[in-house]
Design a protein around this ligand. Structure first.
Ligand SMILES: Nc1ncnc2c1ncn2[C@@H]1O[C@H](COP(=O)(O)OP(=O)(O)OP(=O)(O)O)[C@@H](O)[C@H]1O
Ligand SMILES: [Mg+2]
Length: 507
């Protein structure tokens, strides 16, 4: 194959396709190969809608309907839920209405989509809300991370990859993809940090690339640096004589971006304090929480934070999410759709164990999670911390029901040991009674001894069984109703039994 003649610059997509064609022609002969290559970048290929299915936008949900749906799942965050439900509803209703109006509807020049910026700390429901919306609407949805993109697309990804992914999610249906939702998290990480020159050039570059998408642009589905997509183009040209349209228009794609925006409140607060009427209530000396301050975020603050004004200009809707307090976290846990509680119940169900949480337990777990300061994400952590000992040990016992209590939450390891000990010893005691007629009771010291002598894979009940098993016949000869297990007996059961027998003869 030809080397790219123009020195170091990477070959164009067209060049690659032509090279592939040439290779095929040389190998299999001219008759086998179509000459026409769908050149990337010609206008002609971007408009062949006849080949495509007409898009059916079924959407007719009203804002309140969508809001109600979200409220079933989402705890607190009323303001963000309201804004998102309303703007997303309107966006899709309007797309449908405009389609119904047909071609005669004049374009509104300079129209801005209701792209949405969500501001809120970690684990408070940003991704969750957007996922719920996308699921409910049944529109293609992709989620990206702003930190993964670089200006050139060589290092990480290219912002346009998001649009290509949307087409993949829509099973190649470009029309459908053109009405999808693109959600980009960690958007605050592409803010140019104040007073720094250098790496910020590329962050600003990513902002510029993104803002083109957020407004309107055509994205080519074939990536110049992706050899596979070049091959695909050649193959399709082979099959159909001409490759079908491979461009996606972003005019109607809704962009939702989010970030935690740490330290943004400092910028907002500083600005508010500069204003003639001080933000801080001097009389009462009220200290406002970060959430309270963030409510006053303005475009100006976001620009100071490190965003280009054009970028912020493409995000006309701002939704703020609040930190979840312990009570909020408790509500999250008790929500019937909550993944943490339901997930744990299933983890145990997989071992045939019926897991249940007492009310107070969920309260305590929520309080512990609040200490972690990672929102609802902390819930997973405290659940695992409390439940892992039980999740490890109970499947090897015959326990099939666990009611998780406050004591277990506070002291999981010890409580788990006690539980396993209690239950396995009880099992052994009852099997011993069946064989010998003797009801065993265990002295506290013997209990500790059993606990200290468990080896890997064995339960205290197993140890008790091991110690007594060989002497069961002897014990049954004693014709006793009860017997206390002591440390002495466990350490040397043979001697202990012999002494007992001797004593009984003396009597
Ligand atoms: N307000 C909420 N109501 C109900 N569940 C919530 C809420 N916030 C978070 N959760 C639960 O916590 C999980 C994690 O939250 P989510 O992924 O939305 O965090 P996020 O705000 O996107 O945080 P990050 O900035 O770390 O990405 C969700 O999947 C959901 O189960
Ligand atoms: Mg998230």
């Amino acid at each position: 194959m030809n080397k790219n003649p123009t020195s170091n610059s990477p070959p164009s997509a067209e060049q690659i396709q032509q090279d592939v064609q040439k290779f095929l022609r040389e190998k299999y002969g001219a008759d086998m190969v179509h000459a026409e290559v769908d050149s990337l970048g010609t206008k002609e290929t971007s408009t062949t809608p006849k080949e495509e299915e007409e898009l059916e936008i079924q959407f007719d949900m009203k804002p309140i309907e969508l809001e109600k749906y979200l409220q079933e799942y989402v705890v607190q965050q009323d303001e963000a839920v309201e804004i998102l439900a309303t703007k997303v509803s309107t966006h899709f209703n309007r797309l449908r209405w405009e389609r119904d109006q047909g071609k005669n509807l004049p374009k509104i020049p300079g129209q801005i989509k209701p792209n949405i910026l969500m501001i809120g700390p970690t684990g408070v429901g940003k991704t969750y809300i957007i996922k719920l919306i996308a699921d409910r609407l049944g529109v293609p949805f992709v989620k990206g991370d702003a930190t993964k993109f670089s200006e050139t697309g060589y290092v990480g990804g290219d912002v346009e990859d998001l649009v290509r992914d949307l087409v993949k999610v829509a099973d190649g249906n470009i029309k459908l993809a053109e009405t999808g939702i693109i959600y980009i998290d960690e958007i605050d990480k592409i803010a140019a940090s104040q007073g720094l020159i250098g790496p910020d050039v590329s962050r600003t570059g990513v902002q510029r690339n993104l803002l083109k998408l957020m407004e309107e642009t055509e994205v080519d589905l074939r990536v110049p640096h992706d050899l596979a997509s070049q091959m695909e183009a050649v193959i399709e040209t082979q099959r159909k004589g001409k490759a079908p349209r491979k461009r996606v228009n972003t005019r109607n794609i809704l962009f939702i971006v989010s970030g935690a925006f740490n330290e943004l409140e400092k910028i907002v607060e500083r600005r508010m304090n500069r204003q003639p009427i001080g933000f801080r209530d001097e009389e009462s000396k009220t200290e406002y929480s970060a959430g309270e301050i963030l409510k006053h975020t303005s475009t100006q603050d976001l620009i100071e934070y490190g965003f280009e004004s054009e970028f912020i200009g493409r995000l006309p809707v701002i939704a703020k999410l609040n930190e979840l307090d312990a009570d909020g976290l408790h509500q999250v846990l008790t929500n019937k759709y909550n993944a943490v509680t339901q997930g744990k119940i299933r983890d145990f169900a997989a071992y045939g164990i019926d897991l249940e949480f007492s009310k107070d337990t969920l309260k305590l777990l929520a309080e512990q999670a609040y200490e972690e300061k990672t929102g609802a994400r902390g819930l997973t952590r405290v659940f695992e911390r409390a439940l892992i000992p039980f999740e490890k040990c109970l499947p090897s016992t015959r326990i099939n029901k666990l009611r998780f209590t406050v004591e277990m939450t506070k002291n999981p390891r010890e409580m788990c040991d006690d539980l396993v000990m209690g239950i396995t010893i009880k099992e052994e005691v009852s099997s011993f009674k069946k064989k010998t007629g003797i009801t065993l009771s265990i002295s506290p010291a013997a209990r500790n001894w059993l606990r200290d002598n468990v080896e890997d894979g064995k339960t205290p009940g197993d140890i008790l069984k091991e110690k007594l098993e060989s002497y069961e016949y002897g014990f049954s000869l004693l014709k006793r109703e009860s017997l206390q297990v002591t440390v002495k007996m466990l350490e040397n059961p043979k001697e202990y039994l012999e002494n007992l027998i001797k004593k009984s003869y003396k009597k």
